[in-house]
Design a protein. Structure first.
Ligand SMILES: C[S@@+](CC[C@H](N)C(=O)[O-])C[C@H]1O[C@@H](n2cnc3c(N)ncnc32)[C@H](O)[C@@H]1O
Length: 197
């Protein structure tokens, strides 16, 4: 999956990595910054998503679609779609451009809006990547914990980089008997929770 990245996907990833590195230091206001996962985290997500059980493949927090490209690799391998939620229209516009130039519109469904409004009515989830504003993490957990299929995975970003802010979420998930969960020190720290079978 990683040895033969389609050139259009690889090129867009490189462009977004450069844009992300730049906007962290050039004074771009926070809401406009891309705030992407690093490449290693992308590979980690793609591996987990490719091996997750059957069920919807979901992302909460699209930004310009960098992490979505990694999930699109898994979706293509699995023969399914990834549904990604972005609350800001300006970010969604950048993501649409990403998906078009990377050639992944056939496997990516972008939904503009607050993901919390959609999750309760959505299908059962095989894999979910959560990378939104930190104050929504607990809400999302309460919405999706029961929507995960047996063996279904939630991966949440920034568990180590925002340890204090996300402590209530982290401790809630780690103590939840519906899942087995662990914090993985890759990138900004990923909480991986697997619904018990
Ligand atoms: C850290 S960035 C996501 C980065 C992206 N996952 C990547 O690695 O390329 C967080 C994004 O989540 C979006 N967001 C925040 N709260 C949201 C919500 N409740 N529903 C959907 N998107 C949300 C923000 O607008 C922002 O674009």
């Amino acid at each position: 999956m990683f040895h033969d990245l389609p050139p259009a996907i690889a090129a867009r990833m490189r462009a977004l990595e450069s844009a992300d590195a730049l906007d962290r230091h050039d004074g771009t206001p926070r809401p406009e910054r891309l705030r992407q996962i690093p490449p290693d985290t992308g590979r980690f997500l793609a591996l987990l998503a490719a091996g997750a059980p059957e069920g919807a493949l979901v992302e909460i927090g699209t930004s310009a679609g960098y992490s979505t490209l990694w999930l699109a690799l898994a979706a293509r391998q699995r023969g399914c779609h990834v549904t990604t939620y972005e609350v800001l229209e300006a970010k969604a516009a950048r993501a649409r451009e990403t998906f078009a130039v990377a050639g992944v519109t056939d496997v990516v469904d972008l939904v503009v809006g607050d993901a919390r409004e959609f999750l309760s009515t959505g299908p059962a989830i095989g894999f979910c990547f959560l990378d939104a504003e930190k104050e929504v993490y607990l809400d999302v957990w309460h919405e999706i914990a029961d929507a995960l299929v047996p063996g279904g995975l939630l991966v949440a970003d920034n568990i180590l980089s925002h340890a204090e802010e996300l402590a209530p979420f982290r401790d809630t998930v780690l103590a939840d008997e519906r899942v087995d969960a662990v914090v993985v020190p890759i990138g900004k720290g990923e909480l991986v929770a697997r619904r018990r079978v």
